[in-house]
Design a protein around this ligand. Structure first.
Ligand code: CUA
Length: 319
């Protein structure tokens, strides 16, 4: 599921274009691309032509001509490229402004980049989601983005939207989706072990589906412990390093973890009980499971007792 790319194919080799600004970006790209092909082809043909025309043979009088200066030529090959470059600059600048200045009525969503997943917060409804971003179709959306650790970069290929996400500072992008469906979000800045799996899906919904989704996501935490644990597993990003299906990620899987014997880097071992699990969440560096890197952040102070219990209860259900 996570490895299946949702980037939809489009024209030539560009991905499909499904936002209001993506066609502008493509047009400028194709303009620059075609002009480059035209000039490169022209130069190649002229070079080949001259090769033969001025070839040094006994009976070719043209081979003796020595040109040193030609005003008309000099002005021509300076002015024409200048005009082309100015067109590209002006066009690019106008489209760049469209990309960076969001409309006043844009819906604001907060995006947080963390090693190694994306978190989304919807201020209008108080809803939160992890790994899945929901937006309504035909509505400008402004993403206010920040990172809690290192530099990440937020990229939606089908929307031609990409921006660095930095710690201690906000950056933003905006887009208006023109088509309902699911689209791939990538992290495009190398950010550590889990960079390549720092993926998320953008779901463009109809206005009414979006409203329902927001209601569903903003439901309270009044849940049984194991269900709360399942929610925290996503919300706290545990899933980005620990699988629940036995597959190997940055950290050990949670499947069959409870009650199993753990072997550590220092040669010791322990049975994974409640105390071991709690310690591993709060002080992950204390016992390093053999064969895994010591990269997990401490969750001390980030989870309260109920939440710690919930995660442990959830792990117990994974047999
Ligand atoms: Cu985050 Cu790469």
């Amino acid at each position: 599921m996570k490895n299946e790319s949702l980037v939809e194919k489009g024209s030539l080799y560009l991905p499909g274009s499904y936002s209001t600004v993506s066609q502008n970006v493509d047009n400028l790209f194709y303009f620059t691309f075609l002009i480059s092909i035209f000039i490169a082809t022209l130069m190649f043909l002229v070079t080949v032509y001259f090769l033969f025309k001025y070839k040094k043979t006994k009976d070719n009088p043209k081979a003796k001509i020595q040109l040193t200066h030609n005003n008309v030529l000099e002005v021509t090959w300076t002015v024409i490229p200048l005009i082309i470059v100015m067109i590209i600059f002006y066009w690019g600048f106008i489209d760049y402004l469209k990309l960076v200045v969001s409309p006043d009525d844009a819906l604001e969503i907060r995006v947080t980049g963390k090693k190694w997943y994306w978190e989304f917060y919807y201020p209008d409804s108080g809803a939160e989601s992890t790994e899945d971003l929901y937006v309504p179709v035909g509505q400008p959306v402004k993403l206010v983005m920040s990172s809690v650790d290192v530099l990440h970069s937020f990229f939606i290929p089908n929307f031609r939207v990409k921006k660095d996400v930095q710690p201690n500072r906000y950056s933003n992008v905006w887009f208006e989706a023109t088509k309902e469906g699911s689209f791939q979000i990538f992290c495009t800045e190398y950010c550590g072990d889990g960079h390549s799996s720092m993926l998320a899906n953008l779901h463009v919904l109809s206005k009414s589906e979006y409203k329902d989704k927001m209601e569903e996501l903003s439901m309270g935490d009044d849940l049984p412990l194991d269900l709360l644990g399942e929610k925290l597993y996503k919300k706290q990003g545990c899933f980005s390093c620990h699988s629940i299906d036995g597959s190997d990620l940055v950290g050990p899987t949670w499947l069959g973890l409870y009650g199993a014997e753990r072997q550590f880097e220092d040669g010791s071992s322990v049975i994974a009980d409640d105390n071991y699990l709690r310690e591993s969440i709060v002080y992950p560096a204390k016992k390093i499971v053999k064969g895994y890197p010591n990269v997990m952040n401490s969750y001390a102070g980030l989870l309260d007792d109920r939440e710690l219990n919930a995660l442990i209860e959830y792990i117990k259900t994974l047999k």
